[in-house]
Ligand binder design. Sequence first.
Ligand code: AMP
Length: 302
Amino acid sequence: MWPAYNPPVEILRTAAGVHEWRDSIRRTGLTVGLVPTMGSLHAGHRSLLDVARRDCDRVVMSLFVNPAQFRAGEDFDTYPRDEKRDFSLAEDAGVDLVYCPSPGEVYPPGFSTGVTVGGLSEVLCGRPESRGPEHFTGVATVVSKLLNAVDPDRAYFGQKDAQQAAVIRRLVADLEFRQEIVVLPTVREPDGLAMSSRNVRLTPTERELAARIPAALSVVRETTAEAGLATGLLAGSDFLAGAGIEAEYLEARDPDTLEPIEDGGSRPVMVAVAARIGETRLIDNILIENPEKAEQPARSRT
Ligand code: AMP
């Protein structure tokens, strides 16, 4: 048998080049899917690429470590980067085009615009003592630029970054972007840890401890099913504390508005957690469709 043939992936580094590519596709009427990434690809990214590949005629992956979403003192300089490996994984996934701009291409001298999604950007990771609302302004601004540059029919994001997904859904609705936003489930390691580019930084001991984060979410789910959401959240916090993990937050929120939910009931609830394991900050979340009847573990549903 011949190996499957994937044409070599095209790599463009300027928005002007992407516009030209897009114009040539537009003339054919083919559909385009966009998967924005910061690279250092893993199976979570691959799951987005696979669905885009399945549902769209052409797939664009952007690869850009966006300085605007990192604060001074965060890990922008040390964020894992391996362009060559990412190009080759993108090619394996059947990506047609990688848009890989430099910071100077995205933010040329004089760049002064920021897109801020109020409210949603100020809670959870957006609190000043966490990453701050500017993080989400950085995200919303770069996603706006990518949607404009690539003008896909659909753009794909992961539920792993639930707050980011909520911010992007709001942004697209408010500014009347016409692209469909598709949010796909979190891909996990066999022990439940959500895949993340930052996981490579964990030492073996930290890696073992990190699995307690999804385990805590499972405790929330299971206890919520038996005793309600408030008790579930307390049990999750106790579980983390017992493992020696100091959570930045463990909270239940509405998945769209991110308003706090304390008592559950029958509406879907997103339970989100952020915690530092050594030097590495990790986030995770689960959706509980019906907190009064929650029964499945974190590993099988997100
Ligand atoms: P990043 O490269 O971390 O900015 O992520 C790029 C996209 O991949 C975002 O939409 C993320 O939400 C998504 N993503 C990251 N990790 C996962 C995961 N474990 N499962 C599913 N999607 C993910």
